[in-house]
Design a protein around this ligand. Structure first.
Ligand code: NAD
Length: 479
């Protein structure tokens, strides 16, 4: 059941990255044979000649009064979807798939006493059978992220809409595969960037749309949270996949939680686009030391003690085509509290989420008072956030209700035949920072072009997520 070295090299797209020789990832198989495109992960990219068959921005598919769902991967994240989906009107969970039977049983048990009775699949390649079913509309991909693109492309090729966990792809070739497949099949491929739905992130999106920040010219964002405990836990992530990735890759392994919300505010792919980036990693001061410490007590960790790890801090600076800038950090090891930064700088105002408490400045060189902040919060928090916050508490939705809001709106849009909040170009652009930051780091912080996955359509594509700022939706939440 464990992933072997060959598969790890192939599925992470590490062949050709100069990192595949690591003792955890070394392998000799032809990457091209098993995962076409992965072998070229470093060098393909910005210059690709892509002809847009169909513009998926603003795409609306046929309304689906009932959305029939399959979930691939029932580790930790898969069950979070079950927890939300089981409370939504017009949803039927048809299939669950995981290679770990116990996880599968536990996931199915969450649906006991409901109208859902999904079939379960636990073979290594069974996810393909799930995608081949003709009674599934939406495939939710919650496996380790280096498998997402392979599974999403296969699902779209079998006529399914896709909701992929973050990031949606690990190589530039995979990003293009997602774009090409979505355009050819006209199936949605939404990367479920739930941090876009956090209350302060939606508040600042709404304020930006109302012009309160003026022209937003810079943003700082991050996913800074210690994964030292989780990554070194033997029984948490399947096959220690996260720790293996920190050994195998360089650059920002998890950019989208920070980048999604600020890209939405800055209308990336809709009036502006990422142009190029430079990235730098610090050395690793913690992970190898931790692996060595554990290896002294437990042979299981001996192979991990031989590795070198991505540095403690990764910093990327992006410049956009319209001359604006974004910094993205990823610290996965320091004891610093969870920190997304989410700093917005505009010509008329500014906002800062972390370190807490969240703050807003308007016009003057000072943060507004707490009273003033509350008034702004009351006035500009979208109705949808207010409406769902109580229901989210009652359904025990994750991330303070954010996950329920995201999943509910996805289902509501599919049922009503509306465009989704995020499209395949967002999935590709935001995920592309994973391989491109690595490319920059390995090139001593060389400047790397970021592909335009919209192939010029960014100039006329309309802003996203604006529908959800104002609409009520009609899908009931059953509590
Ligand atoms: N948006 C968020 O807030 C958030 C939070 C946590 C995780 N995630 C993302 O969700 C994804 C899953 O993370 P997780 O924490 O649940 O990891 P996990 O290791 O707990 O779960 C992944 C599951 O995939 C299964 N799997 C592996 N190979 C498979 C195959 N061939 N077929 C079917 N199932 C297979 C594993 O057995 C495991 O149960 C990751 O990509 C992660 O980045 C997102």
């Amino acid at each position: 059941m464990g992933i072997n070295r060959r598969d790890f090299v192939v599925k992470t797209g590490l062949a050709g990255l100069g990192l595949a020789g690591s003792s955890l990832t070394r392998g000799s198989a032809s990457a091209e044979a098993l995962n076409p495109g992965a072998a070229n992960a470093t060098n393909e990219s910005a210059g690709k000649k892509h002809v847009q068959r169909f513009n998926m921005s603003g795409f609306a598919s046929e309304p689906l009064p009932k959305v029939r769902v399959a979930i691939l991967g029932t580790g930790q994240r898969g069950p979070a979807y079950i927890q939300n989906l089981k409370h939504l009107e017009g949803v039927e969970i048809k299939a669950l798939c995981d290679i770990r039977p116990k996880k599968l049983e536990a996931a199915k048990a969450m649906l006991a006493g409901t109208a859902h009775n999904p079939d379960v699949y636990n073979g290594e390649e069974d996810w393909q059978k799930v995608c081949q079913r003709d009674d599934v509309d939406l495939v939710v991909v919650t496996t380790p992220w280096y498998m997402h693109a392979m599974m999403s492309v296969y699902a779209m090729n079998h006529g399914k809409h896709v909701a992929s966990e973050v990031p949606a792809a690990g190589t530039i070739d995979e990003c293009w595969q997602l774009v090409e497949t979505a355009e050819r099949t006209r199936r949605h491929c939404m990367m479920m960037e739930n941090y876009c739905y956090l209350p302060f992130q939606l508040l600042t999106l709404n304020m930006a749309r109302q012009g309160l920040f003026g022209e937003v010219f810079h943003a700082d964002c991050a996913y800074n949270t210690s994964k030292m405990h989780n990554n070194f836990s033997k029984n948490l992530y399947w096959n220690m996949w996260w720790l293996r990735l920190y050994a195998a890759r360089r650059g920002n392994l998890y950019p989208t939680h920070g980048l999604g919300p600020v890209s939405t505010i800055m209308n990336i792919n809709r009036g502006d686009k990422f142009e190029f980036l430079v990235s730098v990693d610090s050395d690793d001061f913690m992970m190898k030391a931790r692996a060595e410490e554990l290896a002294n007590k437990d042979d299981f960790f001996k192979p991990f003690a031989k590795e070198t790890y991505r540095g403690c801090m990764s910093v990327t600076t992006i410049r956009t085509t319209m001359g604006r800038t974004i910094t993205v950090q990823h610290d996965a090891s320091s004891p610093s509290p969870h920190n997304l930064i989410h700093a917005i700088y505009g010509t008329k105002g500014a906002a800062l989420y972390d370190p807490q408490p969240p703050r807003i400045a308007l016009g003057k060189h000072d943060w507004v008072s707490r009273d003033e902040f509350k008034k702004l919060q009351e006035k500009y928090t979208p109705e949808i956030t207010k409406k769902l916050s109580d229901l989210a508490a009652r359904t025990r939705a994750g991330h303070g209700g954010t996950d329920l809001l995201e999943t509910w709106h996805l289902i509501d849009c599919l049922r009503n035949g509306l465009p989704l909040d995020m499209d395949v170009y967002d999935a590709a652009a935001w995920s592309s920072i994973v391989p491109l930051s690595q490319q920059s780091v390995l090139g001593r912080s060389t400047s790397v072009d970021i592909p335009d996955f919209t192939v010029g359509a960014w100039k006329t594509n309309k802003p996203n997520m604006d529908i959800m700022l104002t609409r009520g939706g009609n899908t009931e939440i059953l509590v």
